[in-house]
Design a protein. Structure first.
Length: 356
């Protein structure tokens, strides 16, 4: 899809939110996930054929089977739903949604770069792409056709990723590791999310709610990065991972806390997110499990979006909440299908899911 101008049209919140609430009602619930973890991959595929994934499962069934079929159907369905969101939205609402869906442009750029780094077949890389962002089909196909990471970087010089990727490419050349490139992509996405938006909008206004949600997501991304650095023990400058725009950290405080897990946990517990993340922080302290904490962060962000949606039902919040919920569904089903194919038991797979 491509980002067409929203012109001077008025935002059509009531219409889009009515459509989103209808779509939200068809999402899988926790009982569905508990059924799926006890099925084999062929049973999962049959189950999905009887849900709103029927069209994609039937269209792809002749080409794929097992977890591959499930995964490609999930990606195609996700792109269809988010394309619909942009098609429905008008005015500022369109701009808010389009900005946020650029996360899939970031995903696709990282996927192409990883594929080139691993010398993967371009058809396999294509299967992992989610065509749900701002990039046109032509742009995505150009990325796929690139013969080197340098070519990808050069082809993106007119996009939001251009400057930061060009800078990171020099580090990549010197070190031959993907982390600088992937981090540059994430930073470009998150920092342009807030670009041009007022720094202190009226809290309960449509723009204020949008900014409030985005700042929370930036905070959670910074927290995730800081904890990964703290647990890795790597000699890396935390400032390289800092994303501007959140409320919880500035660059200096994040750098200090990234070397001190206990201090980081204390800072979060005393912040405005303390209540929402209380149980997750306790798990992190007790078990030291970074993976479980990251899943708890995902759940907390979704619950935060739901809370804003209930408080401000005629705003962008229900739309953002739906996007996160749909992503969660796709991620959970993918994890279940992969886990079952790998021979994992139901309890092991459930630990990989984001369940509220």
């Amino acid at each position: 899809m491509s980002l067409y101008g929203s012109g001077s049209r008025t935002s059509n919140y009531e219409y889009v939110i009515a459509r989103v609430r209808s779509r939200r009602g068809s999402l899988f619930d926790d009982d569905d996930y508990r059924k799926l973890v006890r099925m084999g991959t062929s049973e999962i595929a049959r189950f999905m054929e009887e849900t709103e994934y029927e069209t994609e499962m039937n269209a792809l069934g002749a080409r794929y089977s097992g977890s591959d079929l499930v995964e490609y159907a999930l990606n195609r369905n996700l792109a269809k739903h988010f394309d619909d969101l942009l098609r429905w939205s008008e005015g500022a609402l369109y701009d808010y949604v389009a900005r946020y869906l650029r996360k899939f442009d970031a995903w696709n750029v990282k996927t192409v770069i990883r594929g080139l780094y691993a010398e993967a077949d371009s058809a396999d890389v294509d299967d992992d792409l989610i065509r749900a962002g701002e990039f046109s089909e032509k742009r995505v196909d150009q990325l796929l056709a690139a013969s080197s990471i340098e070519e990808v970087v050069e082809s993106l010089d007119d996009t939001i990723f251009g400057d930061s990727l060009a800078e990171a490419y020099e580090v990549y050349e010197a070190q031959n590791v993907l982390v600088p490139l992937e981090n540059a992509i994430d930073r470009a996405f998150y920092e342009t999310l807030l670009d041009g938006l007022p720094s202190n909008p009226e809290r309960d206004s449509p723009t204020g709610l949008y900014v409030q949600f985005l700042r929370t997501e930036v905070d959670f991304r910074n927290l995730r990065n800081a904890l990964r650095l703290a647990h890795s023990g790597a000699d890396t400058d935390p400032a390289e991972y800092y994303i501007d725009g959140g409320k919880l950290f500035d660059e200096q405080s994040l750098a200090q806390l990234a070397t001190n897990v206990d201090g980081l946990v204390t800072a979060v517990r005393e912040s405005t997110y303390g209540d929402d993340l209380d149980s997750a922080l306790s798990e992190l302290e007790d078990a030291g499990s970074l993976v479980e904490f990251e899943r708890a962060l995902d759940a907390a962000l979704l619950e935060y979006a739901d809370k804003l949606s209930n408080r401000y039902p005629l705003s962008v919040c229900p739309v953002l909440s739906y996007i996160l919920a749909k992503e969660r569904e796709v991620d959970n089903i993918r994890a279940i299908a992969r886990g079952r194919e790998a021979g994992l038991g139901p309890d092991e797979i459930e630990q990989e899911l984001v369940i509220l």
